[in-house]
Design a protein around this ligand. Structure first.
Ligand code: B12
Length: 454
């Protein structure tokens, strides 16, 4: 059967990212014997709809799988929704392939399946992991009803290698500075606002280390890619899997540099050092806050001391590190805000990423809290982003954040317009700089802020 996977994402902030999920689903369909083509929207700019129409007419797919990664950019105060753009793509698909079955999937879809089915008028949707469920659907595509949604059960060992040959790896490497890879799925943490357990299930499910490193080696040998981003929601859990990944990289003596998300919770002794020895250059801590009050409200599984300790360990291992923060969320007060800022500053990070408020999603405990507090009914949370703002800091939040941004040049606020870092990063990429550009945000130091082009 002719199957076209459309990787819809066109977002280039902070970098264009390889549509890993779409490439995995495409690989699974191809492995099952289908004739698969992958249409990647990422670098097509405004000609995307006309390119898609042309590709559809030429390929004449029986099934089109539309991969939807982001709903919106989660950037308070002026969040950008990608929905109008997805509608444009769905219309192009209906127009140029009127007989094709339109199937939706991807992380954005999984978070709001019915809303997307209704908004895009699709025939079917698969919430969750697509590899097996999509292949199953292909075998019964003629009998399935219109607008139905299936929930995919997490596959125990999700080991399908992404079909990178269907993507322009060189362009991603040049413009995104890295390729991505996944070593495991699942999240056992209970952060109150977070969607990862909905997306990946609670049970951590490791991929086979050899397969993961084979994939990395393929990109290195075939495309000269030396920089990787590990997309695992928390690389360091379970720790034995993380150690195994590091030792496989060391065993193969691969000259690569990589970055991963690390939780300060129960950081295994020696892991950061092993990561550094295996080519890891930096880690992004999913810190969110550093005051006990807000850590608790966000349901984090670690304390302020753990944040400080993890930062020290990263420094000792020679790793650059960034903290991701949520400021202005549940139970935030002027004091907790100050405490978080002070503690984070004291750890001397290379960069800090700050999201303001928390985008609500159905199925999270923060959504239930918002309903109890009369903010919004959980069932009404949909494709239009709604943010939970801490009652004590909601007034004047933007101003407070702008002041913080002005006094902290290496703190990056995706939600604040006109961010000078993005323009600077784009220039650095065009000069061939690879890897996470935030690694250099703190050098030559805040004093040189004026040198960052405005
Ligand atoms: C890693 C990550 C990042 C990294 C990416 C680094 C890199 N080089 O890849 C960074 C930090 C850059 C990032 C940035 C952003 N991210 Co992000 N990110 C993630 C994360 C943790 C993993 C994504 C991933 O690669 N997963 C692995 C792949 C294999 O899984 P997958 O894509 O979901 O695909 C599977 C299924 O969805 C399904 N599937 C996929 N396509 C299809 C198609 C069909 C037809 C079918 C049937 C099934 C199917 O099957 C696949 C295989 O099982 C997710 C959360 C999560 N746990 O999923 C958030 C997530 C995708 N990000 C999100 C967001 C919002 C963003 C940003 C907009 C935030 C910002 N303002 O900066 C940016 C956008 C960047 C961009 N260019 O698009 C949201 C999207 C939802 C939403 N609210 O819109 C998520 C879901 C997190 C969340 N808040 O819930 N992100």
């Amino acid at each position: 059967m002719r199957v076209m996977i459309v990787a819809a994402n066109q977002e280039h902030k902070p970098d264009p990212v390889v549509p890993l999920g779409a490439a995995m689903v495409a690989a699974a369909a191809r492995n099952a014997g289908h004739d698969v083509c992958l249409f990647d929207a990422c670098f097509r700019g405004e000609r995307v709809a006309s390119d898609l129409r042309q590709a559809l007419r030429a390929f004449q797919p029986r099934v089109v799988g539309l991969s939807i990664r982001n709903i919106d950019d989660v950037c308070w105060p002026a969040a950008q929704s990608y929905l109008p753009y997805y509608k444009q793509l769905a219309a192009a698909i209906r127009e140029s392939a009127p007989d094709a079955c339109l199937v939706l999937g991807g992380s954005a879809f999984t978070l709001m399946p019915s809303a997307f089915i209704n908004a895009l008028g699709a025939d079917h949707g698969i919430a969750g992991e697509g590899e097996q469920a999509f292949v199953n659907l292909l075998s019964r595509v003629d009998v399935d009803g219109t607008g139905s949604i299936s929930w995919a059960h997490p596959v125990l060992v999700p080991d399908v290698a992404p079909a990178l040959d269907l993507l322009d790896v060189d362009e991603y490497y040049a413009r995104g500075g890295a390729l991505n890879l996944q070593t495991r799925r699942g999240c056992a943490f209970k952060c109150t606002y977070c969607t990862y357990p909905v997306l990946e299930g609670r049970q951590p499910r490791p991929r086979t280390i050899e397969t993961v490193v084979d994939g990395l080696q393929y990109s290195l040998d075939r495309h000269g890619v030396r920089h990787f981003f590990v997309v695992d929601n928390t690389f360091n859990h379970p720790p034995d899997h993380a150690f195994a990944f590091c030792s496989e990289l060391r065993k193969r003596r691969l000259d690569v540099s990589w970055t991963a998300y690390v939780s300060p919770a129960r950081l295994a002794p020696g892991l950061l050092q092993q990561m550094a020895d295996a080519g890891c250059s930096s880690v992004e801590f999913g810190t969110d806050a550093a005051s006990e009050v807000t850590l608790r409200a966000l349901g984090k599984s670690f304390t302020q001391i753990d944040v400080i300790d993890a930062s020290r360990k990263a420094t000792a291992a020679g790793l650059k590190f960034a903290h991701s923060l949520i400021l202005g969320g549940p139970d935030e007060t002027a004091e907790s805000w100050r405490e978080t800022v002070d503690v984070i500053e004291s750890t001397n990070p290379s960069a800090v990423f700050v999201m303001l408020g928390v985008r609500l999603y159905p199925g999270t405990s923060l959504a239930r809290r918002a309903e109890q507090e009369g903010l919004i009914r959980e069932s009404e949370i949909g494709l239009d982003p709604v943010f939970y703002l801490g009652a004590e800091v909601a007034d004047g939040l933007e101003q407070r954040a702008r002041e913080l941004s002005a006094s902290h040049p290496n703190w990056y606020f995706p939600g604040l317009e006109g961010n000078r870092w993005l323009r600077y990063w784009r220039r650095r990429r065009s000069h061939g700089v690879r890897g996470p550009l935030w690694e250099q945000m703190a050098t030559p130091g805040p004093a040189a802020a004026q040198e960052v082009p405005q």
